[in-house]
Design a protein around this ligand. Structure first.
Ligand code: ATP
Ligand code: MG
Length: 750
């Protein structure tokens, strides 16, 4: 047993540092000591430096998902590596303390008590997730010598993976975490940690770590083999060291093996016996591999696999060890528990690019690519809000649609009726509002009004006297923006009049709008435009619009400036359920256009939910309007969230169906996030084709419980569970009359 005290550090190693110093107690020198136990000299801003002076660099890799195309690309990237490489996967309970602090800091002061209670409960849920059994944060890293870092990042990026070099504080946190166990957290760099090395385990800061080494490799490597090991839900670090064998040497090696097999075969045949099927297959494999190596399609690597398991007590550690060993034994592999060599085992799973266990096995590129465990929780960016729990990776799915790293902030929610679309959306609105994301909801069923009121927001009922909207405000729009607004308003007018305008009328309307805005942009409003139109109206457009000016629909539009912005509430709901169903599309467009004009004047993260989007999409002009809105939303930091249960209509390529042409698909193409909850049996094949889902996922989407679904983002699929706390559910659940009376502040109409 060896007790050591180490300090984890900023400075350089003292020149006298060496193995012999390990057992010495910490010296009270002013400069901090170095973690010699972990073979580290020091950590520079762009990478750790090993005790032997080798400078390393660490790259976090994202986007590794287990599908054939990606595997091929990853194998291609490995083929291009001419240097030693360490692939490191770490999975540990997540540390969500930073996220909780960020959420707390972003919480607006004007939240109602009920919303504040919900926000508090949501943070408690994050805290609970940190210790929930099985919930782990899985991260992938590639470590190599620093001189090869640029090349490595280049080949990984070309394989379609996203690469994030670890530098400065993030790097330091990472290195400390690899030494001490757990996810990288804000720990004082100068804190002292006590480590003790025992025969078959290491105790660091009171936690047990056991390193194991794969001493006997499996007969065959099935895709995702290590993925299955990691999904046992144990905290672990898994490290695969790869040393490329030069192709000429590899070809020689294979040629020699081939000759050996062939001579064995001819001897057998000469003795009048036939060759066993296994020997035939082995000979074929060797010949094929030799050809592939010579053609540059495959290469050979010296590979070595080590695992460090982490547990709080010896019973759990014994159980985890047993589980891991059984996993390998099932395919005739064998894990060596490394008695008296725990330190070497631990070093092999640290980001040191050092195979201290020093046993190797030769693997070809495809086997390496195949055995590596993929599908990490890539969306977890440690900022934004909690959207759900990744059921496969057992990790919280946290992201911020407005952080600028996504194509846009739009989300499409597609699922059958009653599957929890509105629930998921309301939860998103609530969690958004709790961190200051202003939300607008176009609500044809009137089911969001209670939530808005409880959150101290406003509820408008377009069509009720005094609650009209003014989408004709354009403010300070630049010429290009103005042109687009004119196009939107033209489409709006077309939906308002309820018919597709003739080419002449459409041209006249366009001209009228352009002339109107050329004349004056101040005080622009529907009635003002109507009067302008009446003055010179050869196409009789004003007559078509008269019901909105003085007839039965006169309360839908108002002339009052940008009221929405002046008193912007955290949540605003446009409740359309009192309107006649045929008027709802026009009203929904009026509201959308009004929110757009607010967003154009003051861009900031805003969410605009359009529930039952098919009601707008069934009009050709409405569909074009929504598509153009989805395309432009990013410009003004607006995140559109459209919800529909008519998945088949939305995705249909049949132009005779209600949702016209390909606009449904165009709408989806402009959503960076897609949430598919439980699907209808009749629609599943359309959904499966549209999103290229494998059959097992299609089957799962038919039978998954309410609140479970598939999130598609950044080209990946995350099976997630949408989980709300009781406090949040209380606010979200739509029970008529349950919530407090309308908040009169902000002039909220009842
Ligand atoms: N994630 C969830 N957790 C707990 N309960 C849920 C969840 N999702 C949905 N529910 C329950 O299912 C009910 C129906 O969900 P919701 O109203 O969201 O369905 P929907 O898909 O919007 O249906 P519709 O198509 O009819 O609008 C909710 O009132 C809620 O009780
Ligand atoms: Mg609904």
């Amino acid at each position: 047993m060896l007790a050591i005290t180490n300090r984890l550090l900023r400075g350089r190693a003292s020149p006298t540092g060496g193995e012999s110093k390990i057992a010495e107690p910490p010296t009270p020198k002013p400069s901090p000591e170095l973690p010699l136990c972990f073979m580290l000299s020091h950590v520079e801003p762009d990478g750790p430096v090993r005790l032997d002076g080798v400078k390393l660099s660490v790259t976090e890799v994202m986007g590794l998902e287990l599908d054939e195309a990606k595997l091929g690309a990853f194998a291609g990237a490995l083929n291009a590596c001419d240097f030693s490489l360490q692939l490191l996967v770490r999975q540990h309970p997540p540390d969500l303390s930073r996220l909780r602090r960020k959420l707390e800091a972003a919480q607006p002061t004007q939240l109602t008590a009920q919303t504040r209670a919900a926000a508090d409960s949501s943070r408690r849920l994050l805290k609970e997730l940190e210790s929930r059994p099985g919930v782990l944060d899985r991260r992938f890293y590639a470590v190599c010598e620093r001189e090869h870092a640029v090349e490595l990042r280049g080949v990984l990026a070309r394989a379609g993976l996203s690469v994030h070099p670890l530098n400065d504080d993030a790097l330091r946190r990472f290195v400390i975490a690899t030494a001490l166990s757990g996810t990288p957290t804000d720990r004082s760099h100068d804190s002292e940690s006590v480590a003790e090395i025992r025969r078959t385990e290491l105790i660091v800061e009171g936690r047990l770590q056991r390193s194991l080494h794969l001493s006997k490799w499996l007969r065959s490597l099935a895709p995702g083999f290590l993925q299955q090991l990691m999904s046992t839900g144990a905290p672990m670090d898994l490290s695969l060291h790869l040393g490329p064998i030069p192709p000429a040497q590899a070809a020689r090696q294979l040629e020699w093996q081939k000759v050996r097999f062939e001579s064995a075969r001819s001897m057998t045949l000469r003795r009048g016996k036939s060759l066993s099927p296994e020997a035939e297959i082995a000979l074929e494999d060797i010949s094929r591999l030799r050809d592939d190596v010579q053609r540059g399609r495959e290469r050979l690597f010296n590979a070595s696999l080590s695992v460090t398991l982490h547990a709080d007590d010896s019973e759990s550690l014994a159980e985890l060890t047993q589980r891991a060993s059984a996993h390998f034994a099932a395919t005739l592999g064998k894990l060596d528990p490394l008695p008296f060599r725990q330190r070497e085992g631990k070093l092999a799973t640290m980001p040191l690019a050092l195979n201290s266990v020093a046993t190797w096995r030769t693997l070809d590129t495809s086997s390496v690519a195949r055995c590596f465990p993929f599908s990490p929780p890539d969306l977890d960016t440690r900022s934004g809000a909690l959207y759900g729990i990744d059921l496969r990776a057992c990790a919280p799915v946290v992201y911020d649609p407005w952080d600028g790293t996504h194509l846009n902030a739009n989300t499409a929610v597609l699922a059958r009726s009653g599957s929890g679309k509105s629930f998921a959306t309301k939860l998103g609105v609530l969690r958004g509002v709790s961190r200051g994301v202003v939300a607008y909801v176009i609500d044809p069923e009137g089911e969001y009004a209670d939530l808005a009121r409880a959150a101290g927001g406003r509820v408008f009922s377009p069509g009720v006297p005094g609650q009209g909207m003014n989408p004709f405000v354009v403010g300070q729009a630049d010429p290009e923006e103005l042109l687009q607004r004119i196009g939107s308003l033209r489409r709006l007018v077309e939906v308002m009049v309820g018919e597709r305008l003739s080419a002449e009328r459409r041209a006249a309307l366009d001209h009228a709008l352009a002339s109107y805005y050329a004349q004056s942009r101040e005080h622009s409003g529907f009635r003002d435009f109507y009067r302008f139109l009446e003055r010179d109206d050869p196409e009789g457009l004003a007559k078509l619009l008269r019901p909105f000016e003085s007839g039965s629909l006169k309360h839908l539009l108002s002339d009052d400036g940008d009221d929405l912005l002046k008193h912007e509430a955290l949540a605003t709901v446009f409740d359309l359920h009192l309107l006649e169903p045929e008027l709802r599309p026009a009203a929904a467009m009026v509201c959308t256009e009004t929110v757009w004009s607010a967003a154009a004047q003051d861009p900031k993260p805003r969410l605009l939910v359009v529930d039952e989007v098919w009601s707008i999409m069934q009009h050709p002009e409405g569909a074009a309007f929504m598509v153009s809105m989805a395309k432009r939303a990013r410009k003004h930091r607006l995140g559109l969230q459209f919800i529909t249960q008519d998945v088949q209509d939305l995705l249909s390529e049949d132009t005779t169906r209600t949702i016209t042409g390909h606009s449904g698909r165009a709408l989806l193409q402009n959503a960076a996030f897609k949430l598919l909850l439980q699907q209808d049996a009749a629609a599943i094949s359309t959904v499966g084709d549209a999103f290229d889902l494998p059959t097992d996922l299609q089957r799962w989407l038919l039978s998954c419980p309410r609140g479970d679904g598939l999130l598609l983002a950044q080209g990946q699929r995350f099976p997630i569970r949408i989980e709300a706390t009781p406090e949040e559910t209380d606010l979200i659940e739509w029970r008529p009359g349950q919530h407090t009376q309308p908040n009169q502040q902000n002039g909220t109409p009842s």
